[in-house]
Design a protein around this ligand. Structure first.
Ligand code: COD
Ligand code: ZN
Ligand code: ZN
Length: 364
């Protein structure tokens, strides 16, 4: 099968024929229909996120189940599925507590499936899977808990975004930060994920949603997703503008959706008394932030992180798809370009230049 492989950081992905072994027990084979080009894959391509190489990237996919390994019960051949990048074992400490996005199986297997081996190979040499998905490929073998059954009337080139950007963003606002109706919100970084934080905050009933990004095209889209005000730090002092707009108080909820130390510090600074600052981006390992610890006590500010929108995939993902089908959340507006697999490098070029929010790689 055809797949896009990363051999070395800062080199283009190469399109190659790979072998995909059949699913083992508890695994599912999926014919990939579509896959969004998310920024996290770019972190691996640039070397900011370390992964074993060579690797097949792609983690925002949807498709149709073609085969199930022994013991698989939740999906069957022919089912439409969204793929997730965070397995759920159902019995570890965190799964038992209901925090399935923190499942302890995840950190144990970087670049492989849950048994520590890969199903991908070329001429007998193993190729790694990114994030249990590896969906820049015509087919994928994934853990059962990463294949979430969805309704069949949703187009798969839209459903795929629920597998990452839509879930990560909306979930950060609703599940992790729990934005209150009437609250003031600031979102720094209005890419594919940030736009979804904005629509999550709007869905939660936020009163004022302030979008901050360096690019005018992203700020224009932020308004479409529910921002009430926009600021461009290359033109305005974003901190001063947010403080003025909130009568000197700062916002109730700030979100950092870029992953730089400077923007995390800025987001925390513009958070007001009793407010919550949520970090959505994952920064390079070497990054460090500097904060005044007294504001935690004197102002009861909170600084928290959000992984994958604190998702409960089997509950949240079919729900987000229902909301999309009922026109209560936007996905179409996120998609700037559609490419075949051969266009994957161009899709990432455009993302890096800031010309697109999301491109979709479409197989069928
Ligand atoms: N000030 C304001 N805006 C900025 C600045 C700045 N200094 N620098 C960049 N931006 C804007 C860009 O113009 C762009 O609009 C936006 O920030 C970034 O958007 P995208 O589309 O490139 O990136 P996303 O939205 O696809 O991904 C952002 C993440 C923060 C999620 C990603 O980078 C990340 O850290 N991923 C790992 C974390 C994670 O949980 N991932 C789950 C799978 S994604
Ligand atoms: Zn992603
Ligand atoms: Zn678990």
């Amino acid at each position: 099968m055809k797949a896009a492989v990363l051999y070395e950081p800062r080199k283009p992905l190469t399109i190659e024929d790979l072998k995909l072994a059949p699913p083992k027990a508890g695994e599912v084979r999926v014919k990939v229909a579509a896959n969004g080009a998310c920024h996290s894959d770019l972190h691996v391509m640039t070397g900011d996120m370390r992964m074993p190489l060579p690797i097949v990237l792609g983690h925002e996919g949807a498709g149709i189940v073609t085969e199930t390994g022994p013991g698989v019960a939740s999906v069957k051949t022919g089912d439409h599925v969204v793929l997730t990048f965070s397995p759920v074992c159902g019995h570890c400490h965190y799964c038992t507590l209901g925090q399935v996005h923190l499942c302890e199986t995840r950190p144990k297997s970087l670049g492989t499936l849950l048994d520590g081996t890969t199903r991908l190979s070329k001429n007998g040499s193993e190729i790694f899977h990114f994030a249990y998905a590896a969906t820049f490929a015509e087919e994928a073998v994934v853990p059962e808990s990463c294949a979430i059954k969805i309704r069949e009337d949703v187009p798969l080139d839209r459903a795929c975004f629920v597998g990452c950007g839509t879930m990560t963003g909306i979930g950060a606002a609703i599940n992790t930060a729990r934005v209150r109706p009437g609250a003031t919100v600031a979102v720094i970084g209005c890419g594919g994920v940030g736009l979804n934080v904005i629509q999550g905050a709007a869905l939660a009933g936020a009163h004022e949603i302030i979008a901050i990004d360096l690019l005018p095209n992203k700020l224009a889209l932020a308004k479409v997703f529910g921002a009430t005000r926009t600021f461009n730090p290359s033109q305005d002092d974003a901190y001063k503008s947010v403080m003025e707009l909130t009568h000197g108080r700062g916002v109730d909820y700030a979100f950092e959706v870029i992953s730089t130390a400077k923007t995390i510090e800025l987001a925390f600074r513009m958070t007001g008394r009793g407010g919550t600052c949520t970090i959505v981006g994952v920064s390079p390992e070497s990054a460090r932030i500097s904060l005044n610890p007294n504001v935690f006590t004197m102002m009861e500010k909170r600084l928290i992180g959000s992984f994958y929108g604190s998702t409960r995939p089997r509950v949240d993902m079919p729900l987000l798809i229902d909301l999309y089908m009922d026109k209560k959340i936007k996905i179409d507006e996120l998609v700037s370009r559609t490419f075949p697999l051969e266009g994957v490098n161009e899709a990432y070029d455009l993302l890096q230049k800031g010309e697109v929010s999301r491109s979709v790689i479409k197989f069928f």
